[in-house]
Write a protein that binds this ligand. Structure first.
Ligand code: GDP
Length: 439
């Protein structure tokens, strides 16, 4: 996410390397580089200028302490200013009413339907009773898409394929929700490829007719400044409450994330980083700024792990590790859990310094495929007792999984090293606490 911007900002800070103090001259050079980095990332020109002027002013107004270098001081200032630029603090959605209505707006293809499913899934995990409503009266496929998502996450979907009145469908959905003890109704609406008057009238009528406690505007971050302009137009008509930025897993440059709050004056509330239902995050401006600056986002990583990891499963694995019984079945189960957490590259990118290190390297879910194929080609006995996997078995497993004997050997070696490490940790007695951290 925002790899290029991170690299360029890093380069900007390097211009201060070896400088003992901040001066008009060296700050001017660095700030110019920062401004260029922001504009290259498709940040609105006016926004980039304003923020860099503030950065310069603050840098010159601060005494450099002995403990920090000018580069470090400037990194801190930039981090604070980027945080401000993106809204300062996180903004919650308003869930009020019986049922509470959340209206989802945006252009076609922005990711509305996918996001509706993700939000429903997130709320369901908080034990809320949610109803999804399909109000796209133009594309029957959109209704099916929402139904598939609903089934996947276990949330009921209300639809009336024959009804061509979106407001009427939504009102019926609310009645249905009341009768069926659903406390939140998420209304997924129709979009067009570009803004048109008819769409604007329809979405405005929905908002006026439903009186939602939260209206969200979903926008594809890959569209850069267009995203900001579309947000502006929608907001003028709809006066929405918050923005959802989607497709941040692609190589977006960051412009939309950094400019929207200033231009539209509405906070970003959620970000979406993939097609999977779990790839949704509440937007934290400070964490995002730290990620952009390559400071990592360990807090988000830990939270994600806590949400996704199945605690019972973690306990079970912990017990097996303590008894030196960890086998390939357990390994496979751990891989599954990691995959559930979302896009692998993004996860690793949350670790400090890793974003940079990973630039240009392709790590994704596919990287796990050969490993899974190898394990799945083992017999149950082999998975439970890898020591019996001799030369002939290795050849058979390689052929069965479409990999090479070399790849099988590598995996077996890694697995053995891992088991050795687990044994050592167990022997050290720090097992209980130490291994708990592994999960
Ligand atoms: P809608 O027309 O606004 O309802 O958009 P959809 O929800 O149908 O999404 C359009 C396409 O974008 C689909 O192929 C989605 O799978 C994909 N999509 C949605 N959100 C994301 C995201 O955060 N990342 C990626 N990579 N794809 C997404």
């Amino acid at each position: 996410m925002f790899d290029n911007l991170s690299l360029k900002l890093d380069r900007a800070f390097k211009t201060l390397k070896g400088q003992g103090r901040i001066t008009e001259v060296n700050v001017a050079t660095t700030v110019k580089e920062i401004r260029r980095a922001l504009i290259d990332a498709d940040v609105n020109f006016k926004v980039a200028k304003e923020v860099t002027d503030t950065i310069k002013e603050k840098a010159l107004g601060q005494q450099v302490l002995i403990a920090v270098s000018p580069g470090q001081l400037l990194t801190k200032i930039v981090s604070e200013e980027l945080t401000e630029l993106m809204g300062g603090t996180k903004s919650e959605i308003e869930i009020k009413g019986d049922p509470a209505v959340i209206l989802i707006s945006g252009l076609q293809g922005s990711g509305k339907t996918t996001f509706s499913g993700k939000l429903a899934s997130m709320l369901k995990k908080q034990n809320r009773h949610v109803l999804l409503t399909a109000c796209d009266i133009y594309r029957p496929a959109a209704i099916d898409q929402l139904k598939v998502l609903g089934e996947q996450i276990g949330v009921e979907v209300y639809a009336e394929p024959e009804n061509k009145d979106a407001l009427d469908i939504a009102k019926n959905a609310i009645k249905f929700a009341k009768a069926n003890n659903k406390k939140i109704v998420i209304v997924d609406t129709a979009g067009r490829l570009a803004i048109d008057e008819e769409m604007m009238q329809e979405i405005t009528a929905l908002k006026n007719g439903l009186n939602p406690s939260e209206t969200l505007f979903v926008v594809d971050s890959m569209t850069g400044q267009d995203a900001v302009n579309t947000a502006k137009t929608f907001n003028e008509r709809l006066n929405f409450d918050g923005v959802v930025l989607t497709k941040l897993d692609g190589d977006t440059r960051g412009g939309a994330a950094l400019s929207i709050k200033t231009v539209v004056n509405k906070p970003i509330k959620f970000i979406s980083t993939g097609e999977k239902m779990e790839a949704i995050d509440i937007f934290h401006p400070d964490r995002m700024a730290q990620r952009i600056l390559g400071m990592g986002d360990v807090v988000s990583l830990v939270e994600k792990a806590q949400q996704t990891f199945d605690e019972e499963e973690a306990k079970r694995l912990n017990k097996k590790i303590r008894k030196n019984q960890f086998d390939f079945n357990d390994f496979l189960s751990q891989l599954e859990q990691i995959k559930k957490m979302g896009n692998i590259k993004d996860l690793v990118g949350m670790l400090p310094g890793m974003g940079k290190a990973l630039k240009g390297i392709d790590v994704d879910d596919d990287s796990f495929k050969p490993i899974e194929a190898i394990i799945k080609s083992m017999t149950l006995k082999e998975r439970q007792n890898p020591d019996i996997i001799n030369g002939n078995r290795r050849k058979r497993i390689a052929a069965g999984s479409g990999t090479s004997v070399q790849q099988v050997n590598n995996l077996l070696k890694q697995f053995n090293d891992m088991r050795k490490l687990m044994r050592t940790m167990n022997k050290m007695g720090g097992g209980k606490r130490g291994l708990a951290n592994l999960n």
